[in-house]
Design a protein around this ligand. Structure first.
Ligand code: DX5
Ligand code: ZN
Length: 228
C-alpha cells in the first residue's frame, strides 16, 4: 500500500474539549478511534491565549495508552522541555520562532527519549527547517494562526505541505507530516493529497455530537479522495 492510499492518523486536539471533564473527553475520543491525543500548550506570550502546562499532561498520562502529542506554543520553550518529558509527553513539538537554537532544542527533546517535532506557522518558510530534518521525527504545518481553535483553514498552506512532502521523501526517513488547524471532512482530502500523514482536529471532533462518526468522517473522506 502506498502512502497515498493509507488512512491518515487522526489526533484530536483537546483544546476544543470540555475542560471541566478532560479525563472523560480523552476516554471518549480514544473509544471513538483516535490514534494520538494532541495537547496545545499556550503561554499568552508566544500566542495570544493561555491553556495548560505539564501538570495537566501528567494528570492525563495514566488515563491512556495513546501517544500524547504535545504542541508547545511557548517562548522560550527550552526551560520547560524536561518538565513535559517527565510529565509523560511522547512527542514534543516546537516552533522555530520559540528560541534561537532550534537544532539544540530538537537534540534536547531526543536526548530525553522523546520524538521531536517542528511546527511551521503559516508565514514560516520551509527553508527554516531544511537543515534540521535529520533531527525531526514530526513536522507540523499550521493551517491556521496558532492560538485558537475553530478558525478557518488557510488553503495557501497546501503548496507548503507538498513541498515538505518532497523534502521528507528525499530524506528517505518516515517523518510524520501533521496538519493542524481547520481540519474537517471537507478540508482533509486536499491536505492528504498534498502529502500529510497525520491530521489534527479540535472543533471538528469535539463539537460533533458523535466523536466516532466525526473521526471516521475525517479519516475516510481523506483516504477516499486520495484513493480516488
Ligand atoms: C491552534 C492549535 C490547534 C487547534 C486546532 O493553535 O494548535 O491544535 O486546537 O483546532 P481546530 O481543529 O478547531 O482548528
Ligand atoms: Zn496544535
Amino acid at each position: 500500500m502506498t502512502r497515498q492510499n493509507k488512512k491518515p492518523l487522526i489526533a484530536p486536539s483537546l483544546l476544543a474539549a470540555n475542560f471541566a471533564k478532560l479525563g472523560e473527553e480523552l476516554a471518549a475520543v480514544e473509544a471513538a478511534g483516535a490514534d494520538w491525543l494532541h495537547l496545545d500548550v499556550m503561554d499568552g506570550h508566544f500566542v495570544p491565549n493561555i491553556t495548560f502546562g505539564p501538570l495537566v499532561v501528567k494528570a492525563l498520562r495514566p488515563l491512556t495508552n495513546m501517544p500524547l502529542d504535545v504542541h508547545l506554543m511557548i517562548a522560550p520553550a527550552d526551560p520547560y522541555i524536561a518538565a513535559f518529558a517527565e510529565a509523560g509527553a511522547d512527542h514534543i513539538s516546537v516552533h522555530p520562532e520559540s528560541g534561537p537554537h532550534l537544532h539544540r532544542t530538537l537534540q534536547a527533546i531526543r536526548g530525553l527519549g522523546k520524538k521531536a517535532g517542528v511546527v511551521l506557522n503559516p508565514a514560516t518558510p520551509v527553508d527554516s527547517i531544511a537543515h534540521v530534518l535529520d533531527l525531526a521525527d514530526l513536522i507540523m504545518v499550521m493551517t491556521v494562526n496558532p492560538g485558537f481553535g475553530g478558525q478557518a483553514f488557510i488553503a495557501s498552506q497546501l503548496t507548503k505541505i507538498a513541498a515538505l512532502r518532497r523534502m521528507i521523501d528525499e530524506t528517505g526517513r518516515d517523518i510524520v507530516l501533521q496538519i493542524d488547524g481547520g481540519i474537517t471532512a471537507q478540508t482533509a482530502p486536499a491536505v492528504l493529497a498534498a502529502g500529510a500523514t497525520c491530521l489534527i482536529a479540535g472543533t471538528a471532533v469535539f463539537a460533533a455530537p458523535d466523536y466516532a462518526v466525526a473521526i471516521t468522517a475525517i479519516r475516510d473522506a481523506a483516504a477516499a479522495a486520495v484513493a480516488g
